[in-house]
Design a protein around this ligand. Sequence first.
Ligand SMILES: C[S@@+](CC[C@H](N)C(=O)[O-])C[C@H]1O[C@@H](n2cnc3c(N)ncnc32)[C@H](O)[C@@H]1O
Length: 415
Amino acid sequence: MSKRTRLEKDNAGPCPIMRACGGCAWLGVPYKKQLKRKQAAMEELFRPLLDRFGWDVEIDPIRGMGGTSATEGKLASPRAFRYKATTPFAPLPNGRIACGFYAAGTHRIVPAADCAVEAPGARRILNEVARVAESLGMRAYDEDTHRGLLRHAVVRLGWRTDEGVLTVVTTNRDLPREQEFARELLALSPRITCVAQNVNPRPGNAILGPETRVLVGEPCMHDELLGCTFAISPTSFYQTNPQQTEVLYQLAIEGMALRPNDILVDAYCGSGTIGLCAAHATAQSGTPVHLLGIEQNESGVADARLNARLNGLTPEQATFVAADATAYLRKAAVEGARYDVVALDPPRAGSTPAFLEAAMATEPRRIVYISCNPVTQARDLEVLGTGGYRLLRLTPVDMFPHTEHVETVAVLARA
Ligand SMILES: C[S@@+](CC[C@H](N)C(=O)[O-])C[C@H]1O[C@@H](n2cnc3c(N)ncnc32)[C@H](O)[C@@H]1O
């Protein structure tokens, strides 16, 4: 038998472009082994902290898709779990447009007909955006010369709904043949219910710029988590792996251990999802709480207010403020505010010492810290431990199979 070429070997694997694309470095690693690796990484990261504070806590087995690191036997390798997909665009000769994934560590685009981890159909929609733009004579943005219009496209599909938002990111607001472009994008899939344009004129790696407008269709899409309905605008934050988001939120809600009439703060709340799932559950069980959500992205706050209404919560039951979480909580603490439970879910950079100090000054019974970056979370838990909070539970969740990333939920109580 002839020796197989490297390309043939790649094509026989779980994804034909897994070596070229920078997305799923661990796709070839059995899923159970991935979970064990992540569990070991969490032990190594958090053990010194647990020992230093004398917190007698065993880190829970990481909650993977279909099982945990402690599950007996093999686990199926997860597929089709990412409900948000993105492509960069770049110019090719003869007005053609490249799209796909950046090769690992570069800005070289690797074309992809499909993607094993994205929701079915998402990659095809993104590829079709390039074809539509080519047919209308649009130019892709060139990172070297800073010329051209089309930079990225982002598609988000509903997990429990048939809705979706397609956002094209351009260097300026003016779109040639705008209406035709928008209509053709809307027609790419019955699942696209909103087509939006985001304008990002600045060079650099940030995908989204400051201005967004809906070109055609609905102003947002909807999805459902833990029995709640959520409206999601084109540029509001919404988790990419909804199945695991339910696991994550359920752990956070359990950790809150809410009591009737508690004031619950949901800081860095995005579209309000964590706090609203918690407040909705307590309202349903006849023991309502008061929710205060804090988020700096105004479109997230607008979504959160709408989401409160969609889930039957009044403005008295759920209030959302557009503010920097640190500035808001510092002021509240100085004014003597008292909260019963503070949940926070900051971006990868983590929270700030000033936020954590202010949160503790409001004397919450519990602090629930959800993190997509355990390294910054460990740093912040040090501040909370020094301030007198004690870790009760730490649970890793696998939101990002086939990558080294781990999400964690830490539950702390006032000592
Ligand atoms: C990891 S997301 C979490 C969102 C939400 N909890 C969820 O599960 O969908 C972090 C959120 O923090 C917001 N954010 C970032 N920096 C912030 C700040 N300084 N103050 C308030 N919100 C901030 C971001 O806009 C984003 O919505």
